[in-house]
Design a protein around this ligand. Structure first.
Ligand SMILES: Cc1ncc(COP(=O)(O)O)c(C=O)c1O
Length: 464
């Protein structure tokens, strides 16, 4: 093993010990990840990546329909972002002195705010969950109220504050007590108003399109919810960590409809350019003025790595690419095409029940088939564990067609597609062709696919 800074050679380290990746992970990190990957046959060795593709040592290409959980909005190693990072390192800036004002954070804030009329200031942190934590703190402080509302099935990150507004017991169980926050059904204005009337609500935090299951908020809901919240002196927090930066065919998903007026907007993932972790909380002037109300409070909310030059440079380069390459328009156009092609298959395949979403955030939902033979197989899977059929589709998509996708949440028969926003018609063609072949196999009722389903059932039963 290489030791000492003079002897540090990254390429050599990787060449010497890269082959130990799965063993190292098993020994020193979350050991369930390699276990899960081996079970699914996902324990690949990817050597390099570019755009919407990874490559293994044999040079086989794998189409990425997951974008690192949405981080790779521009695809991997976009040359403009890479160059910006080389440049910022070479500039040797006096970064993070903490007692000066660097230019890059101001420039990135100015640029981000130009996409969000009505919002005036930005706090930079380091991740999506930190962007949400900031919004929760700011909303509580600015309103002087303790309780935050969130939607059933919501996902806003996994640190303790964000976990308090998580709509899934699977994530929350065992971590109590959390903050005394309250869930309301997405789209239910009556439930929202009932909670608001209690007078202790600081905010509603909402994903304009929920990541789990890919559920859009109903038309008009965000605008009406914002109006209700404001009437009761509470705030609307739009969590755009996944939906923001063009993903859904608008720069921010809340902008899909006129008149939605969020007080705080959370951003992360794609703003990193796929390289440098970053989170941003955009908000109204009065909220920031209240939180930072005096010189004594200048550090009342801060982060040691927040606004670091690499993250800011990656963010600025990302936004420049988004404009230059019309990334949001591409997401809208290619997303429409992909949804249309997939939607046309709903009548063809009885196991395929719905295709939904906006832009390049697409949910493919499976459900109970009509024919008897398939129904008994489906029932066998459901009895063991919900979500196994979707897993049965994800596995051959990778194994046989070299396409990476994910099931959109525990116990859900939904696959979520969130590819890099630079995909085009070639990737749509490749995905739809592969998906049709997998669906053909599933509907043929026999063969390897259902064999694998039986293996999953055995494992699910064994782990109860
Ligand atoms: C809507 C939403 N909010 C917050 C987060 C948390 O982001 P991070 O994983 O960067 O903490 C996620 C992550 O998937 C998300 O989808």
């Amino acid at each position: 093993m290489t030791t000492g800074s003079a002897g540090f050679d990254l390429a050599k380290l990787l060449a010497d010990r890269g082959g130990e990746r799965y063993e190292l992970h098993t020994r020193h990190l979350n050991h369930q990840l390699p276990r899960m990957l081996r079970t699914l046959g996902f324990d690949k060795v990817y050597e390099r990546a570019e755009g919407a593709y990874f490559y293994d040592a044999e040079g086989n290409d794998y189409l990425d329909m997951l974008a690192g959980f949405g981080v790779m909005g521009l695809g991997r190693h976009h040359p403009v972002v890479r160059q910006a990072l080389h440049d910022v390192l070479d500039a040797q800036l006096a970064d993070l002195t903490r007692f000066d004002c660097q230019p890059l954070p101001g420039l990135l804030a100015e640029r981000l705010l130009s996409y969000a009329p009505g919002l005036d200031r930005v706090f930079f942190g380091n991740s999506g969950t930190e962007a949400v934590e900031t919004a929760l703190k700011f909303a509580r402080y600015a309103t002087g109220r303790p309780r935050v509302l969130y939607c059933d099935h919501a996902f806003h990150g996994l640190t303790t504050g964000s976990l308090s507004v998580n709509g899934e017991d699977g994530f929350r169980d065992g971590f109590a007590p959390l903050l005394p926050d309250t869930a309301v059904p997405l789209g239910d204005l009556g439930a929202l108003e009932r909670e608001l009337k209690r007078g202790d609500v600081a905010a509603l935090v909402v994903e304009p399109i929920q990541g789990k299951g890919v559920h859009e908020s109903p038309p008009g809901y965000l605008r009406a919810a914002g109006e209700l919240l404001h009437k009761h002196g509470a705030l609307l927090i739009a969590d755009e960590v996944q939906t923001g930066l063009g993903r859904t065919g608008d720069f921010f998903a809340y902008q899909h409809e006129e008149g939605v007026d969020p007080d705080l907007v959370c951003v992360a993932k794609s703003l990193s350019g796929g390289y440098v972790p970053v989170g941003a909380t955009l908000g109204k002037d009065w909220i920031f003025k209240k939180v930072y109300s005096s010189m004594d409070r200048v550090l009342v909310h801060s982060a040691s790595f927040g606004s670091n030059a690499q993250a800011m440079a990656a963010g600025l380069a990302t936004l420049a690419v988004m404009d230059d390459e019309r990334i949001t328009e591409n997401a809208r156009h290619v997303g429409d095409l992909l949804r249309k092609r997939l939607g046309a298959l709903v009548d063809k395949y009885e196991l395929l029940h719905a295709v939904r979403g906006r832009g390049l955030m697409i949910g493919i939902e499976f459900g109970k088939p009509r024919s008897l033979g398939l129904r008994s197989r489906w029932t066998m899977l459901q009895a063991a564990r919900k979500g196994l059929f979707a897993q049965m589709v994800v596995v051959p998509l990778l194994q046989r067609h070299r396409i990476l996708t994910q099931v959109s949440g525990d116990h859900l028969e939904v696959i979520k597609l969130i590819p890099p926003l630079v995909v085009g018609e070639a990737e749509v063609e490749r995905f739809v062709t592969a998906f049709e072949q997998v669906m053909d196999d599933a509907h043929a009722g026999g063969g390897l696919m259902w064999e694998f389903g039986r293996t999953l059932v055995k494992q699910a039963v064994a782990h109860r």
